[in-house]
Design a protein around this ligand. Structure first.
Ligand code: ASP
Length: 355
């Protein structure tokens, strides 16, 4: 691809002028970059076109494209996958989480950066927030514009992510996501625009901090249990239980809820209207599945706000759970981990509130 080749050549030329002396490099923190794909590794055949393909550029090219990051940390890269994050799957999740846990256990690894697509970064980030066993900085980053685009956002996002991963003050704040100068908690961010560079918001819990050209400012610690305090573990886990999300809407019937159960879901999350509400038909279908032992959680399709127990729906009577401030996609991640072992409904409700 012509544009792509030009971009990487320019980066290589810049690298020569940004060399760090070996003595100085030896003092820098050690950050490992795990690449999974996404638009940050995407390429188009023109720098001003909307159409592009995610996951085209390998981790070595990503590192070469931002030589400035070598001033912040000693970097090494590994390719975990190279996919658009719309294709993110359990196999990659398990591989990624295992590799992170191996790396953070090493004394000579100070932080991790994961490059990822924006579409499902909140799910992967939240999953890692629950299963990584370390306080060391684990930072995801992404881009809305492919690497070949005019004004690509990936290079600065990557630079800032390395700065956060290399920063001792980032430790102990849970898994973080760095995009567009903002440091989000993986438990709080959500994608709010299909195309805007400023797509990520942390509506309820707020930002963990900001980062401008590598200068970090931290505002808060983690909200919700995470990493070392998390009771979830992937030890011995080779697959995760199926949990489906069903979206509520006007005139909803119970067909999609029943279909999820028929497909083998062990849990169902309803992206309800408003405060986790749904039609009477939807509620009847959900309560019927709950009675059969499927764990049913009411979340909301609304972008911000909590879903509380027993507000307009009698959860106690119907055997349902409320997602608290977890959106449907995050409630689904939590439920999949929760269902790795038998638990009471009360215990799963506790998890929804505590994490
Ligand atoms: N579809 C892309 C992905 O999630 C979008 C992006 O990265 O911005 O991989």
């Amino acid at each position: 691809m012509r544009i792509a080749t030009r971009t990487w050549l320019a980066a290589a030329a810049a690298a020569a002028s940004l060399a760090v002396s070996p003595a100085r490099a030896a003092e820098l923190p050690n950050v490992v970059v795990l690449a999974t794909g996404g638009t940050i590794a995407g390429a188009a055949s023109s720098d001003v076109q909307a159409a592009y393909t995610s996951g085209q550029v390998g981790v070595d090219q990503l590192l070469a494209a931002v030589p400035q990051a070598k001033k912040l940390a000693r970097l090494s890269g590994e390719q975990i996958s190279n996919i658009g994050s719309q294709d993110m799957n359990d196999e990659v999740w398990l591989k990624l989480a295992r590799r992170i846990n191996e790396l953070v256990a090493k004394a000579d690894v100070d932080g991790i950066v994961i490059t990822h697509g924006t579409d499902t970064i909140e799910e992967t980030g939240y999953f890692l927030n629950l299963v990584v066993k370390s306080k060391k900085p684990v930072v995801l980053t992404a881009a809305m514009r492919p690497s070949t685009a005019l004004s690509a956002d990936g290079p600065l996002n990557f630079f800032n992510a390395v700065a956060v991963a290399a920063n001792k003050d980032a430790a102990g704040r849970g898994v973080l996501v760095v995009v567009n100068d903002w440091i989000h908690g993986a438990s709080s961010l959500t994608k709010a625009s299909t195309t805007a560079v400023q797509t990520f918001l942390s509506p309820l819990r707020g930002l963990v901090g900001t980062v401008a050209y590598g200068e970090c400012e931290f505002y808060r610690g983690p909200v919700g249990k995470n990493t070392l305090e998390s009771e979830f573990s992937l030890d011995g886990v080779t697959s995760l239980p199926r949990v489906d999300i069903v979206m509520a809407h006007a005139n909803m019937d119970g067909a999609m809820i029943d279909a999820a159960a028929a497909a083998g879901a062990k849990g169902i999350v309803v992206a309800g209207v408003g405060n986790g509400n749904m039609t009477k038909a939807g509620l009847d279908a959900l309560a019927a599945q709950a009675k059969k032992g499927i764990v049913c959680v009411r979340s909301s399709r609304v972008v911000t706000g909590r879903v509380g127990r027993n507000v307009e729906v009698d959860d106690d009577k119907l055997g349902l759970l409320a997602s608290d401030d977890l959106n449907p996609q995050k409630a689904r991640v939590l439920l999949r981990l929760a269902l790795l072992k038998p638990r009471s409904l009360a215990d799963i409700q506790r998890l929804l509130v505590e994490y």
